[in-house]
Design a protein. Structure first.
Length: 269
């Protein structure tokens, strides 16, 4: 036998031996796997509690690996604070106030209801009349949580964020000025400080609007107190018109005729 034929025969023998070995290993492996499956099945049949434990662990494993189908990325943290509420779920007094504010300021009753509920809650804890808190929101922003003045006052209660930025630290930073609940709570804190500094409600309102050291406040305190009085009347069950009646123009008398003639002359010239 030549050398090449010997090499070819040896390679053939080697290949055959390897194939037979792999077959034996695979055959034995499947046999062992089959025996294991049969054993496990028998155990689960005889011991139902083991089956239940196995199902529970399998379910936990599947749930831990499950990816939400409605999101392509990690879901953001969701605040547990409600920024809207059904007014029908509020106490009667609060619901009445919420509906009245909703009509007057043309805002949805649900977010206003949440603000009313929060104002009553924080008012009870700070000894401030909740209708006063709501009156300030009404005059300052008309219940627009994104309002901003030319001077930089922001949010529902028009807090000067640059001055009171430290008060927003517990709410995540100065951008919380546009969060309705955060702005309400910070605004109440500022109002408390202003009233304590002035020693009176009217004086505190002057400080709140930044006119504490000025001769006048542009009628701000009077506007807040007037709205406060209306809201207190609403809360007590009284019927308060949403729109304030406009004053009728003064009637022209005989004494006014020269003035009318003068105005007419000015328009003609």
């Amino acid at each position: 036998m030549s050398a090449s034929r010997r090499i070819s025969h040896g390679l053939k023998t080697f290949t055959t031996d390897v194939a037979n070995g792999l077959f034996e290993i695979t055959h034995n492996g499947f046999a062992m796997l089959g025996l294991a499956v049969v054993f496990v099945a028998l155990m689960l049949t005889v011991r139902p509690e083991m089956r239940e434990l196995g199902e529970a662990r399998l379910m936990d494993w599947l749930q831990s690996r499950q990816i939400p189908l409605d999101t392509q990325e990690a879901a953001p943290e969701v605040s547990d604070r409600a920024t809207a509420a059904d007014p029908r779920d509020l106490p009667k007094q609060q619901a009445t106030v919420a509906y009245w504010l909703s009509k007057k300021y043309r805002v949805a009753p649900e977010p206003v209801s949440a603000l009313v509920a929060e104002a009553y809650d924080i008012g009870s804890r700070t000894k401030l009349d909740p209708t006063l808190i709501l009156a300030i929101m009404a005059i300052e922003s008309g219940f627009n949580p994104f309002a901003q003045s030319a001077m930089g006052a922001q949010g529902l209660m028009q807090v000067m964020t640059k001055i009171h930025g430290d008060k927003y630290e517990n709410f995540g930073g100065h951008l919380a000025a546009f969060d309705p609940m955060a702005n309400l709570r910070v605004g109440v804190k500022v109002l408390q400080e202003c009233i304590a500094r002035a020693g009176s409600l009217e004086g505190g309102l002057r400080f709140y609007v930044g006119a504490g050291n000025l001769e006048g406040d542009g009628g701000y305190a009077g506007k807040v107190l007037a709205e406060h009085a209306r809201l207190r009347a609403v809360a007590s069950g009284k019927s308060v018109p949403v729109a304030q009646p406009r004053q009728a123009p003064p009637s022209i008398t005989v004494e006014d005729e020269p003035a009318v003639e003068k105005v007419a002359t000015l328009f003609k010239s």
